[in-house]
Design a protein around this ligand. Structure first.
Ligand code: CIR
Length: 261
């Protein structure tokens, strides 16, 4: 079941000066731009320290949310799927990412209308992909992606998170850390789609920590969530913790700051 890909590259985009004008549903205050830049730089350094070559795209002030590149594409071993982001203000972000991914993938597909889909709703777990239905991903978008993935030999399952108000995307509450282990928030723990997995439950107080990313043999986690860090370490998983406060203010998790392949 565990067939994690070796990751060698990542694409990120610098936050723009109007980053604070992006979408958010949380009430954690206005992000500090300088601090966001510092946290972004530390994030890139962490990716490099894990062996990834990082392509840093310039800031795009036409799209204040464009630093959250994960939402613009879904990457597999075989192809790149350019999304059609669920938020209208984010649709224009895909052009710059598509041209970048076309340099790296021979096969580039796209989600088309009436489908909408955000990369943050897609959780890769070895040969299986969980596809979240949320305010940003609809049935049509999910069906288009599932068809592409199925033809490539992956299996998929839908996870409807539209009634879970505490998360924006599926991956705000779910993460795969290899060896059949899934990180889940309480509200997802009983979903039948996750039966058979070894669940690592994140407590309500540490919910933000659920959005973590396994990069080769290490799990990148948000700093400030000691119980979660302990749980991973007890399972012999190496962790690297990153300050995410300024991105959290804009509803962004760790995974959304990069596309990894
Ligand atoms: C948005 O609402 O679209 C951005 N402010 C945050 C996107 C976060 N993306 C993610 O978690 N994959």
């Amino acid at each position: 079941m565990d067939k994690s890909r070796l990751l060698t590259r990542a694409i990120v985009r610098l936050p723009s000066t109007n980053f604070a004008a992006g979408l958010t549903t949380v009430d954690l205050g206005t992000p500090d731009y300088e601090k966001a830049l510092q946290q972004h730089a530390a994030y890139c350094d962490a990716l490099r320290s894990l062996g990834l070559t990082v392509s840093v795209l310039p800031a795009d002030s036409r799209h204040p949310d464009s630093t959250f590149v994960e939402d613009t594409a879904v990457l597999t071993e075989f192809c790149a799927v350019i999304t059609r982001p669920g938020a209208e203000s984010r649709r224009g972000e895909v052009a710059g990412i598509e041209s970048e991914l076309a340099k790296c993938f021979h096969d580039v597909r796209s989600i088309s209308s009436p489908g909408i889909l955000d990369g943050g709703d897609i959780c890769e777990a070895g040969d299986h992909f969980f596809i979240g239905l949320s305010e940003r991903t609809n049935e049509a978008g999910a069906a288009q992606l599932a068809e592409i993935l199925t033809t490539q030999g992956y299996t998929t399952s839908l996870v409807d998170v539209r009634n879970i108000k505490s998360i924006l995307h599926l991956k705000s509450g779910l993460g795969y850390v290899g060896a059949n282990q899934l990180v889940v928030i309480d509200e997802l723990a009983e979903f039948t789609q996750f039966r058979g997995y070894d669940l690592i439950r994140v407590s309500v107080d540490e919910q933000y920590a659920a959005n973590c990313v396994r990069i080769n043999d290490t799990v990148l986690i948000a700093s400030g969530y000691p119980m979660f860090a302990d749980q991973l370490e007890l399972r012999q998983l190496k962790t690297v913790a990153i300050e995410m406060s300024e991105f959290q203010k804009m509803d962004g998790g760790l995974s959304c700051l990069s596309l990894r392949f």
